[in-house]
Design a protein around this ligand. Structure first.
Ligand SMILES: Cc1cc2nc3c(=O)[nH]c(=O)nc-3n(C[C@H](O)[C@H](O)[C@H](O)COP(=O)(O)O)c2cc1C
Length: 311
């Protein structure tokens, strides 16, 4: 049976990745699980300068979910290159760097700089973070900006590939569910030259402490993740699959094999596991095994065929 997934020039060994922001840079999990067995590791967002993130409290538990307003806290591009990239290079799975910024120039600067480095297998462009006041979601809701930014980044990675005399690293645009029509944004990413889209990022939410009569999060609102958002993610993938022809990477609330299969049947080529990793670091491995067993039971030769099996 074939579990490999192809996104542009990249072949991942299986469809299961660890989602950005929920897996650090891999080394934190190395003592707990075999990171090299993952199909891909999507890093925490990298911005040009270090970011401390938003004030605390920035996490709240919700029924079947979690609300976060981390605010893209990360050590910045230079630190990432000198300290995190060498760790990632020994992980043995595909490394996709999640990129964010306040301006379009920020995104271009991060990708341009990373194009000079080795050990990176692709980029996931986070235009969907609900927890920053500049950039983030503001870019991901405007199809015109999405197409232009995607085209700029595509041109940078083509130049990078020519310089390295190597194939072009895949460009994955990460979409927000906080829009009226997610397919419009997916079409814009495809038109700009994306190799794939990933969906979904978190949904804007709020929790209020009724005794204190104030929101629990210092930022008041945050991004909702976990099982509560899974039906939203599955529906998004189903609609996107029918709107564009490039690969779709599905995520949002996956906790077990059946959840992952829902995304694959809806039309995802690959999936990512996020919030569940905080309570079950082994979830991705259980799901890889579970997909294998499902394929064996139903005599499915290639994981790529699952998306064509929905009645
Ligand atoms: C604590 C936390 C931090 C996150 N940080 C990022 C990030 O830096 N970049 C990004 O694109 N998504 C980030 N996300 C969103 C996740 O990658 C994912 O899209 C979302 O949580 C939905 O998947 P899940 O329900 O499986 O967690 C973060 C999510 C959480 C919970």
């Amino acid at each position: 049976m074939n579990l490999t997934v192809t996104i542009g020039s990249l072949t991942m060994k299986n469809p299961v990745g660890a989602a950005s922001g929920t897996f650090g840079y891999g080394s934190e999990y190395e003592k707990l699980i075999d990171v090299h067995e993952l199909g891909a590791l999507y890093t925490k967002a990298v911005t040009p300068e270090p970011r401390g993130g938003n004030p605390v409290p920035r996490l709240a538990e919700t029924p079947s979910g979690m609300l976060n307003s981390i605010g893209l806290a990360n050590p910045g591009l230079s630190y990432f290159i000198s300290n995190k990239l060498p760790e990632l290079q020994r992980m043995g799975c595909s490394v996709i760097v999640n990129v964010a910024g306040k301006t379009q120039e920020d995104y271009c600067k991060v990708v341009e700089t990373l194009e000079t480095q080795t050990g990176i297998h692709g980029y996931e462009i986070n235009i969907s973070c609900p927890n920053v006041s500049h950039g983030g979601l503001a870019f991901g809701t405007d199809p015109g900006i999405v197409e232009k930014l995607t085209a700029q980044l595509r041109s940078i990675i083509e130049q990078g590939a020519a310089m390295r005399k190597d194939s072009c690293r895949p460009l994955i645009i990460k979409l927000s569910p906080n829009v009226t029509d997610i397919t419009e944004i997916a079409r814009a990413a495809e038109a700009g030259g994306a190799h794939a889209v990933s969906a979904i990022n978190t949904l804007v939410g709020m929790v209020i402490d009724v005794k204190k009569r104030k929101p629990v999060l210092a930022m008041k609102t945050g991004g909702l993740s976990g099982p509560a958002i899974r039906p939203v993610g599955v529906a998004a993938v189903y609609k996107i699959r029918r709107a564009i022809s490039i690969p779709v990477i599905g995520l949002g609330g996956i906790t077990c094999t059946d959840d992952a299969l829902q995304y694959l049947l809806a039309g995802a080529d690959a999936i990512q596991i996020g919030t569940v990793l905080f309570s079950n670091p082994n979830a991705a491995h259980e799901i890889i095994q579970g997909i294998w067993q499902y394929m064996e039971t139903y005599k499915i030769n290639s994981v790529a065929d699952i998306k064509n099996l929905l009645e």
